[in-house]
Design a protein around this ligand. Sequence first.
Ligand SMILES: C[S@@+](CC[C@H](N)C(=O)[O-])C[C@H]1O[C@@H](n2cnc3c(N)ncnc32)[C@H](O)[C@@H]1O
Length: 333
Amino acid sequence: MPIPASGTGRGLSNSAAKGTRTDSNWGTDGAIWRAISPPLVPSVEDVELVRKACPPELIKPSAAPRILLLGVTPMLAGAAWPALSELHAVDYDEVMIDTLWQPREHAYCHCARWQEMPFPDGFFDLVIGDCSFNALPATADYAEVLREIARVSRPSAPLICRFFMQSQPRLSLGELAREAAGRFGEYSSAARRLLIPIAASEDDGTIHWTDIPHRICEQFGDVAAFLAVLGQEGEDKARALRTYELDQWLNYPSPERIREIFGQYYSEIGFNYPDYDCGQFCPIVRCLPSSAEFTGTSACTASGREPSLRLRRYQAASRARKALRLGVRSESR
Ligand SMILES: C[S@@+](CC[C@H](N)C(=O)[O-])C[C@H]1O[C@@H](n2cnc3c(N)ncnc32)[C@H](O)[C@@H]1O
């Protein structure tokens, strides 16, 4: 398994009993993630849009930014970042790390929650992700992650992340069924699959996979008939049905909700929509802070390429603090 430099791992139980909002279990079936296609994972165009959304001084060939990746999305980890950059991917699920992480030079993977990341204050120049916030149980959970991102990044660090988002006006399961042949018929099968949880989500944009068949039954009737209308048959249908067994919460915010939440941390929020069939549901969101600009050299120190020295010192100090806490506790028993 590749380098978990540190590992707090998932803090809560896997069971997402209905009505409770625990962390989701993403790695149940790692194999699903190997066979998945855009827009469920980023396309070449999405990766290019993420890079283009970066301030030029962060991605010029001579730049040496420290990049935080929320998750282990291979297309983002392996994108054409400057040669002197240093990338740190954070994911709490060891199966996802085992399945997706591809070791490469100057890229590190950490098994930890985004709410509590193993980095010193002000460490990163850039934060990226692919639909990472959608993987939190609800939009109410964004604030804790954003606070931790604010701690581990420099005041000038932008956040650039693709989102699965509600369209305006919101899509409903009924509209999906009625308009599938016309409006959505030309979409790729993966895009049509993506629209189902978006349309099935509650008013606050959240949905647990296992609730989707109930929502379809309530609003449309038979699940198999609904999938057939959407052209999900054979292997497509089998894949759709497999996802309805996953123990995962998802959330699909509206653009207003994104502005409202991220606007508390960033001064400029922009949406860039990809060109593919369901691009209006998958914008790249660019959040820029108001503070001073990146000077060009975070990862590369004067002493040459010893980029993780500060990180290693921080992690050694954290380990020492933890050992001290444990020691104190066992003495007091
Ligand atoms: C929706 S998947 C990202 C999929 C991505 N679009 C891709 O192409 O790989 C979300 C990932 O985020 C991780 N994750 C979700 N919530 C997390 C959290 N609070 N802290 C750390 N990792 C988290 C999951 O383990 C999973 O690997």
